[in-house]
Design a protein around this ligand. Structure first.
Ligand code: ADP
Ligand code: MG
Length: 492
């Protein structure tokens, strides 16, 4: 009967949808004109109900006549070896089941249709109060509940291995990344931790890993998230009492890519949550990929037990690209964007911009912009001009002075008090916040930061960073303050 139903359904819906939503269904039994089918999960059941109720109805009626009914059995405890099917009589069970109680329009339609099994049947099939099928919220799209197969990976498809230029500076990281991309979760590179300075290609590389896995394993849920976003989602889940939902969401992930893990420094509760998720995923053989702007041993403010987990896999670094690699990166970029630049200009750029790849790209973009603005071919003269501009910008980039000035202004305290001994509350706050941003946005050591704040020692800086982190976690308005201020330092 089910095979016939499938034929009817297959004729009306797309091949892809059919494969995703109907092939996994297992027919269990036909009894009293009620067909019992087993579906893999609650999400699955809800999705069928919302999107394919008409098709199902038509097929059942065609096969079993107008009295034909359909009943679902949902496999609970996904990932549990001994899966116990649980018979659910759909509309009735939904009504009694906590969060799933609000029946969707589709469910109501079903309840009114002949497909509804009788309440008696429920009693007969009823099992121990099964764990409530959770209606998880998707932290990336707060308004949406989770539909696993439709979850977005948050990946940017422009980041690939093909356009990730290989050089001495990134050889180990790149090949480790490729290995992980080809065999996620099964190499000894789990977790894979990539570290390196700003603009050296961490995000590009880990996104390339994600994109590669996604393209080759369509059934795997790859998720890219910055540690900052992760933190904000977690805080939001605390605020709205949905921590369990938050955790459950992350436990669905097959490949978790956490970018800029240093952002978790000093955020103990977020770290604890990540620790939990990490352990669970790792144990289940899921791949974890992380990046950091510094080597794990320098990740001050990260708990030891978390740091020790990072050592389970492989830690690889990214260095500044050498001249040849910079040339190759520019040429690749030119080709990709259809830009034409004379060779001696390419060489000049590769020679002069030796800090990081992002800056190199910045110069290229500004050159192209200028050339089209002035309707002039790019030449050496223009390159020199553009570079002067960029170099000035680099000099004006975020430094401690700028951070101190901005924070003093924001909190309306005199700048020199940040470096003085004053313990007045608003001065202390401004000072601590400035230290926090100095830590976040400059490469100064704790000692050097302390030095810039009237010769305070490094433990004072640690304390300040910690205090600010704690406040971000606990005080919502303070958190907004930090977010607002951070915008002023962003894009360095
Ligand atoms: P990070 O995350 O380390 O700050 P990104 O991954 O954002 O750096 O890289 C900055 C820019 O440089 C991106 O546009 C990226 O595509 C580019 N880039 C970095 N490394 C390479 C590389 N090896 N080949 C090509 N482009 C690169
Ligand atoms: Mg990055």
């Amino acid at each position: 009967v089910w095979a016939n139903c499938l034929r009817v359904i297959k004729a009306t819906i797309g091949e892809q949808s059919f494969r995703t939503w109907f092939q996994p269904i297992v027919p269990v039994q036909l009894h009293n004109n009620i067909l019992l089918i087993q579906v893999p999960s609650t999400y699955f059941y809800e999705f069928l109900e919302e999107h394919y109720v008409e098709e199902l109805k038509r097929a059942i009626h065609q096969e079993l006549g107008p009295d034909g009914r359909l009943e679902y059995s949902i496999v609970v405890d996904q990932g549990n070896a001994q899966q116990k099917p649980r018979t659910l009589n759909l509309p009735t069970a939904r009504k009694s089941a906590g969060p799933a109680a609000s029946a969707t329009p589709a469910a109501t339609a079903m309840a009114n249709s002949a497909m509804t099994a009788s309440a008696r049947n429920v009693a007969a099939a009823s099992v121990a109060p099964a764990p409530t099928p959770a209606t998880l919220r998707n932290p990336f799209e707060a308004s949406k509940t989770i539909e696993r197969d439709y979850l977005k990976s948050q990946l940017n498809t422009t980041y690939t291995f093909e356009n990730y230029i290989e050089g001495d500076c990134n050889r180990l990281s790149r090949s480790a990344g490729l290995a992980v991309a080809n065999k996620p979760g099964t190499t000894s590179f789990n977790p894979l931790m990539i570290y390196g300075g700003v603009g050296l290609g961490k995000t590009h590389l880990v996104q390339a890993i994600g994109n590669h896995i996604k393209a080759t394993n369509t059934d795997k849920f790859v998720l890219y998230v910055s540690a900052e976003k992760f933190t904000n989602q977690f805080i939001e889940s605390l605020r709205s009492n949905q921590v369990q939902d938050f955790a459950n969401f992350y436990l669905l992930v097959d490949i978790l890519i956490l970018d800029d893990v240093q952002f978790l420094s000093g955020k103990d509760k977020t770290q604890e949550m990540f620790f939990h998720i990490f352990n669970h995923l790792h144990q289940a053989g899921k791949q974890i990929v992380m990046t950091s702007d510094r080597p794990p041993r320098d990740l001050v403010g990260l708990e030891d037990r978390l740091l020790s987990r990072f050592k389970w896999g492989l830690t690889a670094d990214l260095q500044s690209p050498d001249f040849e690699t910079r040339m190759a990166i520019i040429q690749n970029k030119m080709q990709q964007d259809g830009i034409d630049i004379p060779p001696q200009v390419v060489e000049y750029l590769a020679h002069s911009v030796n800090t990081n790849v992002r800056e190199l790209e910045g110069v290229l973009i500004s050159l192209v912009a200028q050339s089209s603005l002035n309707r002039r071919e790019i030449d050496l003269e223009m390159a020199k001009q553009a570079l002067r501009h960029i170099i000035e910008e680099v000099e004006a980039e975020v430094n401690i002075d700028f951070i101190q000035k901005t924070c003093a202004e924001y909190f309306s305290v005199p700048l020199d008090l940040l470096k003085a001994k004053t313990r007045k509350k608003e001065v202390v706050t401004a000072r601590q916040v400035a230290m926090y941003f100095a830590k976040e946005h400059t490469s100064h050591s704790l000692k050097s930061i302390g030095h810039h704040f009237g010769g305070r020692d490094h433990s004072t800086v640690i304390h300040s960073v910690q205090t600010v982190s704690d406040l971000i976690d606990s005080d919502k308005s303070f958190r907004s303050t930090i977010i607002e201020l951070r915008k002023k330092f962003a894009g360095r």
